[in-house]
Design a protein around this ligand. Structure first.
Ligand code: ADP
Ligand code: ZN
Length: 525
């Protein structure tokens, strides 16, 4: 054991009270403490903070930590102070005398760690401060937390992060460590490039969360399905994510009526009630938070037993981050999602109708497609998830697909029928009507448009409504059908539908099976 390692271990034990390093923490810490640059990709809850906190304590001077989350900064500093580490933060919540006091402590060598918000760092006063600290040899390292915020195409983009590359040019002698839990290859490359980390050592931890069981159910009656999922989870803490503020409010109220204790959380609430609900979630046992994605960044509650999605997230990264809030204590936990055709329509149109530049739209569409492939995958969910992060994994035995494998069938003929029905009815009707036509249901609409005399009318009697919905959803996920929200979800063929329609290719589909809560509605054990 080198002296460096011994010193690091000593701090881990005496200051932080942990017996051993986790994963690659030790390697990262000695590398940075010895002056090396590092890019650390580690899942949420993996233990990134120690990777810069301990080197900052090992090296002379103060560690400057750039962090975009003001709420998180406060928590981190509180925890450090409790451990006896001299830490402080600089952000917009401080008044002038407080700022002056921190500056005084910086120059008297009275601080080990300084957390600073990126927008503050961009200001001239802070730039001058760092310049002077450096001149006096008082900077131990620069840590750049949530480094993916430098990615211009990511949803957490912070323009101020782009200026962080200047550290490298100005202070080449000070080690830099960038950390993130968002690590698809494109983002990774962007971080390296934009922060000038070409010479940094890259540490990639496994993103596997073996204690989380993944389940995706087809949405038919989401509330009933959620209730079935929650039935044997009374008294457990969890998060239910919804897309809109309205749905958050409604779902929380409804859960309370059903005998659960639930509170809402979204950006439209006033700050005081939001903080209160967050506080209750952290302190109370068995509380459910119904939330938009505004909830979660920096929530460190170890015993969140489940994360449920009533709406489709934007991407696999977002899904992974959100579900990653479950089971930080390592105990069995659930990631459950109800997903339906309407979700795809909504997310697609959100992308189509945004004012983003074409390149970003294309990227977002790709990310959504990757998520749809996850939802529709006939393979182990974990294999698909980890594959997205560039990691190979065996079938896990702890997801709905492994526990209850879907039946696959040659769906070429039914898919052709579905595509023909969309085409023959003029590509202007949503799934409901297309299914009615396929099943030969006599309706006013069919009569009005003369669809009851089409050759496709009634050709699909072999499947029921839910089965046809599953077929249409898989065709949308496969990119052969496009659901146009501007026309109330009207289904249209895409160019990719042609080879199938012309019999030039076949298509394997997963058979729809009616499920209730999830993988046989079993509880994780
Ligand atoms: P991240 O920033 O990667 O999400 P944190 O740094 O907040 O993760 O760490 C997550 C949790 O794990 C924290 O409660 C932290 O105290 C704990 N932790 C980190 N490293 C260790 C370790 N070596 N041994 C035990 N617990 C650890
Ligand atoms: Zn699996």
């Amino acid at each position: 054991m080198t002296e460096r390692t011994r010193d690091a271990l000593e701090i881990l034990r005496t200051t932080f009270g942990y017996p051993a390093f986790r994963g690659s923490q030790q390697e990262i810490i000695t590398h940075v403490a010895d002056g090396g640059d590092a890019l650390v990709l580690m899942p949420t809850g993996g233990g990134k903070s120690l990777c810069y906190q301990i080197p900052a304590l090992l090296r002379p001077g103060v560690g400057i930590v750039v962090s975009p989350l003001i709420a998180l900064m406060q928590d981190q500093v509180d925890a450090l102070l409790q451990a006896g580490v001299r830490a402080a933060f600089l952000n917009s919540t401080l008044d002038w005398p407080e700022v002056q006091e921190i500056e005084r402590r910086l120059f008297s060598g009275d601080l080990d760690l300084l957390y600073i918000a990126p927008e503050r760092l961009a200001g001239e006063r802070s730039a001058g401060l760092i310049e002077r600290l450096h001149a006096q040899g008082r900077i131990a390292l620069f840590a750049i937390d949530e480094a993916h915020c430098v990615s211009q195409w990511g949803h957490d983009f912070r323009p101020e992060y782009l200026q962080l590359s200047a550290f490298h040019e100005r202070y080449p002698d000070i080690p830099r460590i960038a950390l993130t839990a968002t690590a698809d290859e494109a983002t990774r490359n962007e971080i390296v490039q934009r922060l000038g980390l070409g010479d940094a050592r890259i540490f990639i931890s496994s993103f596997d969360r073996p204690n989380i069981r993944y389940t995706v159910v087809e949405k038919d009656n989401p509330r009933r399905q959620l209730l079935a999922f929650l039935a044997d989870r009374k008294g457990e803490a969890g998060i239910v994510y919804c897309l809109s503020r309205k749905k958050v409010e409604e779902t929380a109220a409804w859960l309370n009526e059903q005998g659960f204790s639930a509170v809402p959380y979204h950006a439209g609430m006033d700050a005081a009630s939001r903080a209160e609900n967050q506080r209750r979630f952290l302190r109370e046992d068995g509380l459910i938070v119904c939330a938009t994605i505004a909830f979660g960044m920096g929530i460190d509650k170890p015993d969140v037993r489940f994360v449920a999605h009533l709406d489709l997230p934007k991407s696999i990264e977002a899904y992974y981050q959100e579900t990653g809030r479950a089971g930080r204590d390592g105990e069995p936990s659930e990631a459950w999602m109800a997903y339906g055709l309407q979700d795809v329509v909504l997310q697609r149109s959100r992308i189509d109708e945004s004012n983003a530049p074409p390149e970003q739209k294309r990227l977002e569409a790709q990310k959504l497609n990757a998520l749809l492939a996850y939802c529709e995958a006939p393979r182990c969910r974990r294999v698909v998830l980890l594959d997205y992060f560039g990691e190979k994994h065996e079938a896990c035995g702890n997801c709905d697909v492994c526990l209850d494998p879907p039946e696959l069938f040659d769906g070429t003929v039914v898919a052709q029928k579905a595509l023909s029905a969309v085409y023959r009815t003029g590509q202007r009707f949503g799934a409901l009507h297309v299914i009615d036509v396929l099943r030969g249901k006599k309706s006013d609409k069919a009569a009005q448009w003369g669809h009851d005399s089409l050759s496709v009318f009634g050709v699909g009697a072999e499947l029921d409504d839910a089965e046809w919905r599953a077929v249409l959803r898989q065709l949308v996920a496969a990119g052969m059908l496009h659901a146009d929200l501007a026309e109330h979800g009207a289904l249209k063929l895409t160019a990719d539908a042609r080879p199938l329609l012309k019999g030039e290719r076949t298509l394997e589909l997963r058979r729809h099976v009616a499920r209730k809560g999830g993988a046989k509605a079993k509880k994780a054990k």
